[in-house]
Ligand binder design. Structure first.
Ligand code: HEC
Length: 333
């Protein structure tokens, strides 16, 4: 660690990005202070990306620690975009308790201050790039009406811009009894066995799929499409199962965007592995699709025995025929 701290004065932008990545992955106040030192030497979108990847899952705690620092004349935390980026990350993660916690942080800032506006912009999903279009957020169900939100709307009543942002934030949140909000979807809870499958599937996802589809399931430009809110993940099970067994050859449209890539087959995964990883992906990220059994996967495998070619999206949309009818055809391919 001390070697890392010595490098803080390195003026090269690349070194600073590398340092930010490593330092933000360390818990503790020293690492946080060091990240702050880096920011003071000049922030950049790359530096912010490095910090958020290092933090993954600890953004709220880090943000709280950062905001305890006095703002000073030019507030690097705001001007570098970091505060907005972190608030956006926390909101995008869609964990009700964390989002409620973030609202409290917003309410604790001086009304209409640059920090408060940056936080609200992050929560509202305002892109840092002024030319980009804001993506509307999906409704997130909180356990109860957040007191911080009510307090904010009183405090910001006189500030038009802040009030507009707050309205955007409010629109994406729901709680029991909020007028005009549909009740949350009723999801059949997983049985203990299915929950065990989910946990095993989570490990497979992290160890294998995340390399391309990214740990948060968001996909990455030029590498792989998102699996969050993907109709291929939450739709008929035979589609993702066949993609995993035999691969997928682009183009493929996912949530309205077309990708021209190739996914290699993963033939070493067993029926259990595939059932587990799909059970995980169909329930993580607010997905509410049914869990998957190894038996279902085995039937899909049998129906496609002998297949070596990767699927195309069009192939996959043709419903899978029962094993008995499909077998001879599959064998002759
Ligand atoms: C080497 C990178 C790579 C790995 C590893 C990988 N994928 Fe993919 N995956 C891709 C690419 C690239 C596509 C899109 C191919 C195309 O354009 O047709 C894709 C497409 C998909 C799709 C359909 C489109 C979508 O985004 O929903 C699913 C579902 C999917 N992969 C699931 C998985 C699962 C589950 C795993 C792990 C068991 C996995 N992938 C591992 C690269 C990968």
């Amino acid at each position: 660690m001390p070697e890392l701290y010595k490098m803080l004065n390195d003026s090269s932008a690349e070194v600073r990005v590398q340092l930010a990545l490593q330092l933000s992955a360390q818990p503790g106040a020293d690492a946080m202070k060091a990240v702050l030192t880096l920011l003071k030497k000049g922030g950049s979108p790359l530096l912010n990306d490095a910090i958020t990847s290092g933090l993954r899952g600890r953004e709220l705690e880090f943000l709280q620690a950062l905001l305890a620092e006095p703002a000073g004349k030019t507030d690097t935390l705001v001007t570098s975009g970091l505060v907005q980026v972190l608030a956006n990350c926390i909101t995008t993660e869609r964990k009700a308790a964390r989002v409620s916690g973030l609202l409290e942080v917003v309410a604790a800032q001086a009304p209409n201050s640059p920090r408060q506006l940056a936080l609200l912009n992050g929560m509202a999903g305002t892109p840092l790039d002024k030319k980009a279009k804001a993506q509307p957020r999906k409704l997130l169900y909180l356990e109860a009406q957040p007191a911080a939100l009510t307090a904010l709307s009183t405090k910001l009543a006189g500030n038009k811009a802040a009030k507009t942002l707050l309205t955007t934030v409010d629109k994406a949140l729901a709680w029991p009894g909020k007028p005009g909000v549909p009740p949350p979807p009723v999801v059949k809870p997983l049985t203990a066995d299915q929950q065990a499958q989910f946990e095993k599937g989570k490990l497979i996802y992290a160890g294998l799929c995340a390399a391309c589809h990214q740990p948060g399931g968001t996909g990455l430009e030029g590498l792989a499409p998102p699996v969050v809110d993907s109709e291929w993940v939450t739709g008929p099970v035979d589609r993702p199962a066949r993609i995993i067994m035999h691969g997928l050859s682009g183009p493929v449209t996912v949530s309205g965007r077309t990708w021209h890539l190739e996914m290699p087959p993963l033939p070493h995964l067993t029926d259990d592995d595939i059932a587990n990883v799909l059970t995980y992906m169909r329930r993580e990220w607010d997905h509410t699709a049914s869990p998957v059994s190894a038996k279902e996967i085995n039937a899909i495998r049998t129906a496609n025995a002998g297949r070596t070619k990767a699927w195309t999206a069009d192939d996959l949309k043709t419903p899978l025929k029962p094993a008995a009818k499909e077998a001879p055809k599959a064998a002759s391919r």
